[in-house]
Design a protein around this ligand. Structure first.
Ligand SMILES: Nc1nc2c(ncn2[C@@H]2O[C@H](COP(=O)(O)OP(=O)(O)OP(=O)(O)O)[C@@H](O)[C@H]2O)c(=O)[nH]1
Ligand SMILES: [Mg+2]
Length: 369
């Protein structure tokens, strides 16, 4: 499932420094010529596509991006210093649109691609440039030009990195609300969530991922019970599934282990590939379990469920343990991304060397006796 991550920003390039009008004043040189230097250029603002940035979430926190002004020129032939450019790193796939004209300024399709968003103003000229044979003492100078300023909309189509699985009321929507910008409806009745919701989780600066909350699954979903299981298709492109379990069901007759097993069965019926995806167990609602019982309840559950993978204990409501889970997810996704990148690079070098392009059955490569 794709959704559009969006941010609105303002970019303001620096103004150019003014040129200077001044004259050489030195002892024993009564009529020193003009020596006013040029102003420096204002800083420009650039966008660069970076595959290590995943979402636009950082741009919701910092909306205004400014480059410094160039320094003014001074006497004694001093040129003003140009200001540094500012570079904004955006995810590969970001579309940059002028908010006022609606014009697409850039489509950042490739890692490393650089585009100018706002040009810094040129510096003004100092009076040293205006000296002519007839005017040996010019007083002219020009002002620095204003830097460009633009309001921009950034758009990025994103796919979910992580999918939430669980029975109705397990706390999936409460969890995505606790950790992301998504605000789905939360209620204590089953099937509150009717459509998938995506949320962006910001771990820290330039570190973020996307999570999908889907409707709850119940036993018999494959046969159409509850809302069915067609929503599982939204999780097919995710890299990690979180199986959220209500460890403290309100009704005493409900057995969390039985429910968790039923969910895995439904997953199996839907698609072996989804079942084989990396899956972590997230035991939710630990806030309602008395502290002294917690460890035993968790241990019993894991044992009866026969679970060997990673386990997290959280309270989506009080946020206990949610940050640790978010950090672990980010680390996991990051490692995965790096190994995929490495594999891609190795493949590319092998292709360049012609290794993988040689097919032993290709008649062109047959050795002739
Ligand atoms: N005490 C406690 N209650 C929680 C916690 N997480 C969720 N709840 C409550 O459980 C109920 C169900 O939460 P939801 O987040 O709507 O559950 P869901 O898994 O999204 O449910 P569906 O959308 O129906 O599949 C709500 O009343 C929540 O307030 C928790 O950690 N502790
Ligand atoms: Mg929900």
């Amino acid at each position: 499932m794709k959704f559009i991550d969006e941010a609105r920003i303002e970019v303001i390039a620096g103004d150019g420094g003014n040129g200077c009008a001044s004259f050489r004043r030195e002892k024993f040189r009564p009529f020193g010529g003009p020596d006013g230097g040029d102003g420096g250029k204002g800083g420009s603002i650039w966008a660069v596509a970076d595959r290590n940035v995943n979402t636009l979430v950082d741009y919701r926190f910092s909306k205004m991006h400014r480059a410094s002004n160039g320094e003014a020129g001074r006497g004694s032939d001093c040129y003003g210093k140009g200001a540094d450019d500012v570079t904004l790193r955006v995810p590969v796939g970001t579309l940059i649109i002028d908010e006022v004209s609606g014009e697409i300024i850039a489509d950042m399709t490739e890692h490393g691609q650089m585009e100018l968003l706002a040009k810094g103003g040129e510096g003004g000229w100092g009076n040293i440039h205006f000296k002519t044979s007839t005017n040996r003492a010019p007083r002219q100078k020009t002002e620095g030009k204003e830097g460009e300023r633009r309001e921009l909309r950034l758009e990025l189509k994103v796919l979910a990195d992580v999918g939430l699985l669980g029975m109705p009321n397990a706390g999936k929507s409460t969890f995505i609300t606790a950790v992301s910008n998504a605000r789905p409806k939360i209620a204590d009745y089953p099937f509150t969530t009717l459509h998938p919701n995506l949320g962006v989780v910001r771990v820290s600066h330039e570190k973020s991922f996307v999570i999908a909350d889907i409707p709850g699954l119940i036993e018999g979903a494959a046969e159409g019970a509850g809302l069915g299981h067609q929503f599982l298709r939204h999780l097919s492109r995710t890299g990690l599934l979180l199986h959220i379990v209500d460890l403290a069901p309100f009704e005493a007759t409900v057995d969390p282990v039985k429910e968790a097993k039923a969910l895995v069965k439904e997953l199996e019926k839907y698609d072996q590939e989804l079942l084989d995806k990396p899956r972590w167990l997230v035991l939710n609602k630990v806030d309602v379990i008395p502290a002294e019982e917690r460890a035993k309840r968790v241990k019993d559950f894991v044992k009866k469920f026969g679970w060997k993978g990673p386990v997290f204990e959280i309270s989506a409501l009080s946020h206990e343990g949610t940050q640790e889970l978010v950090n672990a997810i980010y680390q996991y996704l990051e490692q995965k991304r790096h190994s995929e990148q490495r594999a891609e690079e190795t493949q590319m070098t092998e292709e360049a060397r012609g290794i993988s392009s040689i097919d032993p059955d290709d008649p062109r490569f047959k050795v002739l006796d």
